[in-house]
Design a protein around this ligand. Structure first.
Ligand SMILES: [Zn+2]
Length: 144
């Protein structure tokens, strides 16, 4: 069985010296790190939903105190639906941006592949999104 591709979340190496994290303490720091991984994996755009907190904090004691420390130090910000990791968009693109990027790459690749087979006089192919009309050929959209 093929495993899912790994996903990574940026962690600024200077976070160790971040006064907010140091003042919040090591207990809160662990929750903060888990929150980063959770937000990235769940594509939440940096939001920790209240209903996810139990899962994120599994095995941790004094969870409300840890949350309070992160909020006090402005590492997390209270939101109606839970909390927001305040530095999130400094290091992470929004989920929508990532989707758009992926789509642009897919279209670019389709046009490149179409150009290759077309220049050899091959096609149309049912597997080619340009041949099927799902993706516009480059000449129709370029130069505008
Ligand atoms: Zn084609």
């Amino acid at each position: 069985m093929a495993s899912a591709p790994s996903v990574y979340v940026p962690l600024d190496v200077n976070y160790l010296r971040d006064p907010r994290i140091r003042r919040a303490g090591p207990d809160a720091e662990l929750l903060y790190l888990r929150g980063l991984a959770h937000a990235k994996g769940g594509e939440t755009d940096g939001v920790i939903y209240e209903f996810d907190l139990d899962v994120i904090a599994v095995g941790l004691s004094k969870v409300p105190q840890r949350v309070a420390a992160l909020v006090r130090e402005k590492a997390w910000e209270e939101r109606e639906e839970g909390w927001f990791i305040t530095g999130w968009f400094k290091w992470n693109k929004s989920t929508e941006e990532l989707r758009n990027e992926k789509e642009r790459k897919r279209i670019g690749a389709a046009r490149t592949n179409h150009g290759k087979h077309e220049s050899k006089g091959e096609g149309p192919f049912s597997w080619c999104p340009v041949c099927t009309g799902e993706v516009e050929p480059a000449w129709r959209t370029s130069g505008r």
